[in-house]
Design a binder for this molecule. Structure first.
Ligand SMILES: *Cc1c(COP(=O)(O)O)cnc(C)c1O
Ligand code: SF4
Length: 335
């Protein structure tokens, strides 16, 4: 196997990757919020702060309620374990079909392509996921590909993680080269937060890889707030579209971050202005450490109903929840 770094100098995004802010005190100082450092939790619950400087640059200075800061800053309330908080809230363990392969829904299989993320999101439903054991990368593509070959009814392969675009383009190409040998594959889907948090990842080599794929590609971005989508992200979306990717977005409904009609309206309209359609708005998965972000169902439904009244239908995301064992995401209808 050829490591991508052997092919030449390291791509710029990999250099930037290593400049991520990992010290909460330093982050607060940079934002003019040094006085808040005393209220940081002592333990990071095994899920340390991590955020690229380009994302920090989009945070408002001096605002402890900034919606981007709240997505990444460890909080004392994460130590609370309210009833109903789970380690594996979406039943991933029960849906594991092979190492790194999760199969829940008809025709689609999800590959845990990587355990790494450029940003650590405090609401992450896989924050307790056993990535060391359950990753399809690291020379283990073959197991996933063999499983797919034995399941010809799967016509859509979904690359997830972690963040699949944290893999080098060479690694991604190894996987898609192997998938080319499977006649059943009709669509490739990629779920990634990288084009938003580290838009430099969308470089020439990634775009060439995308454009050369033999299947239509859906790229699902994960942005939760309009402020995440600055011009650097807009330019990355333009490059992705030029490489023929269909751009969708999924968000998580997060108390204190985006759970207002104004924030959700701004997110949808900003997404469209950079060429992205809203897809899902997820109710938070009840994962230990993130329950303080939860929004109750009645409020969630009312928010989406209000969106329906002020936006064109194509800018209203589908409000869903993931229920372990269900045959699809579960839609939450109007109030
Ligand atoms: C969410 C999810 C999918 C994709 O579901 P869609 O409704 O097609 O977006 C596929 N597999 C798994 C395991 C999932 O969690
Ligand atoms: S990028 Fe996705 S997988 Fe990674 S920490 Fe954030 S929510 Fe979790």
């Amino acid at each position: 196997m050829i490591a991508a770094s052997a092919a030449g100098p390291q791509p710029r995004w990999q250099v930037l990757w290593r400049t991520a802010v990992t010290d909460a005190g330093a982050l607060l100082r940079e934002l003019g919020l040094a006085h808040l450092a005393a209220s940081l939790p002592e333990q990071d619950a095994g899920f340390p702060l991590r955020v690229p400087p380009g994302f920090v640059a989009r945070m408002r200075r001096g605002d402890p309620r900034d919606p981007l800061l709240l997505q990444v800053l460890p909080q004392l309330v994460e130590g609370d374990v309210p009833p109903g908080a789970l380690l594996d809230p979406v039943g991933d363990a029960a849906a594991r079909a092979a190492p790194g392969v999760i199969h829940k829904y008809h025709g689609r299989a999800l590959l845990i392509a990587s355990g790494a993320c450029a940003v650590h999101c405090r609401y992450c439903f896989r924050r307790h996921f056993p990535y060391e054991r359950e990753t399809a990368a690291a020379g283990r593509w073959q197991v996933a590909v063999d499983w797919l070959r034995a399941h010809p009814d799967i016509d859509e392969v979904i690359l997830s993680g972690g963040d699949p675009l944290s893999l080098s383009t060479g690694r991604l190409a190894e996987l898609t080269d192997a998938l080319r040998g499977l006649p059943q594959v009709r669509r490739l889907r990629i779920h990634s937060r990288l084009p938003v948090v580290l838009p430099e990842r969308v470089d020439e080599s990634l775009c060439r890889w995308l454009a050369d794929l033999p299947w239509p590609v859906a790229l699902v971005l994960h942005a939760n707030h309009a402020n995440e989508l600055d011009d650097t992200v807009g330019a990355a979306c333009t490059r992705l579209k030029a490489a023929n990717a269909h751009l969708l977005n999924q968000s998580v409904l997060l108390r204190g971050v985006n759970a207002t009609v104004e924030a959700l309206t701004a997110l949808s309209t900003r997404l469209f202005s950079v060429g992205v359609l809203p897809y899902y708005l997820h109710q938070l998965d009840p994962v230990q450490g993130a329950m303080h972000f939860a929004v109750d169902d009645a409020h969630a439904r009312a928010l989406v109903e209000a969106l329906r009244q002020r936006l064109p239908g194509y800018l209203v995301p589908r409000l869903v929840r993931e229920e372990p064992g269900a045959p699809s995401k579960t839609a939450l209808g109007p109030p």
